[in-house]
Design a protein around this ligand. Structure first.
Ligand code: NCD
Length: 321
């Protein structure tokens, strides 16, 4: 634990997005997460960094990996973790997000992890409660811990992020993963490309410091990292893609399309995957895939984020001492 207390104090009380973090803040979290990876690889996985602290996971949207990852991260740090099951809560009886949050706040948690279908939900919550808030995905806005775990996976595989060419492919317009990754990768000096049909590009994409490509062949040429995104059919209004088969033919990652990227290019996907839609099974399970590493890094990154936000050197009201 001695090396942990020597780490610089993270200058934020909440993690609401990658936007607003400096490159130094990001590197600090990645360094901390790098050290946390070894905890999960030991047979004794429980530490006492957050002993006595209460973590509440408040997930208003379905989630398997993100919720379980936050739960394990909290438990490995020794915190008491409660999962608020929204399906069986008063939310179903019409309670608003703020009322739910205020009720939970009165139980004096130290950290609230929130996932919600509306952009801005985490920021709203952070204004109302007394504890730290982590955004685990708010609508199509941000998903900061996903971008951090992606960065950690890339940094561990390639040794750096600056100077790499990263192609983010597929449903950019509905993706908080794409948004957070674009901001983070740019902050750390990567060259970011987005590769998508024009119907799946957000209107403000030209202001996001990315190069836009309309074919996989051009977009993947010479890439160091190929990041595939799930086709988010639940967020689409109307048919934005003609058919799943046609989507796979033009935009799905298969061996043929991957050939134009660098030979040692990493293949990533945040999950859940639609096999045969945005990615072929043989690629998802193939030698270039780091999809399982991403899941492993997810636990470490979430441990690092919670440790950084709940640093004991900070006052309970959040001010640094
Ligand atoms: C992503 C999400 O929920 O934004 N999944 C995740 O957190 N692992 C991506 C997605 O749903 O496609």
């Amino acid at each position: 634990m001695t090396e942990r207390t020597a780490l610089p104090l993270f200058p934020h009380r909440h993690l609401l997005g990658i936007k607003g973090l400096s490159p130094l803040d990001i590197e600090m979290l990645l360094d901390r997460a790098d050290a946390d990876v070894s905890i999960s690889r030991q047979s004794e996985k429980k530490t006492s960094t957050l002993r006595g602290r209460t973590q509440i996971n408040l997930f208003f949207e379905a989630s398997t990996r993100t919720q379980s990852s936050f739960e394990l991260a909290g438990k490995r740090l020794g915190a008491d973790v409660m999962n608020m099951s929204v399906a069986s809560s008063s939310v179903k009886k019409g309670e608003t997000l703020i009322d739910t949050a205020m009720t939970l706040n009165a139980m004096r948690p130290d950290i609230l992890i929130i996932r919600h279908a509306s952009a801005g939900a985490a920021a709203l919550l952070a204004q109302k409660v007394d504890c730290s808030v982590v955004n685990a995905g708010d609508g199509a806005h941000e998903h900061p811990t996903q971008a951090l775990l992606d960065a950690l996976t890339i940094r561990r595989a390639k040794g750096r992020i600056g100077g790499l060419t990263v192609a983010i492919c597929g449903d950019i317009s509905h993706s908080r993963v794409a948004r957070s990754n674009i901001i983070l990768l740019n902050a750390l000096g990567a060259r970011v490309r987005v590769v998508a049909p024009s119907t799946l590009l957000p209107s403000g994409i030209s202001q996001m410091s990315v190069e836009v490509f309309n074919t996989m062949k051009e977009g993947l040429a010479g890439a160091d990292v190929v990041m595939m995104l799930r086709l988010q059919r639940e967020r689409m209004e109307g048919a934005m893609v003609p058919s799943v088969r046609e989507y796979f033919r033009y935009w799905g990652l298969d061996a043929e399309k991957l050939k134009v990227a660098k030979e040692d290019a990493l293949v990533m996907h945040p999950g859940p995957m639609n096999r045969g839609v945005e990615i072929a099974s043989e690629i998802a399970d193939g030698p270039q895939s780091v999809i399982q590493e991403q899941v492993e890094m997810g636990v470490a990154v979430r441990m690092a984020v919670m440790e950084a936000l709940l640093d004991p050197r900070r006052n309970p009201d959040g001010a640094a001492i």
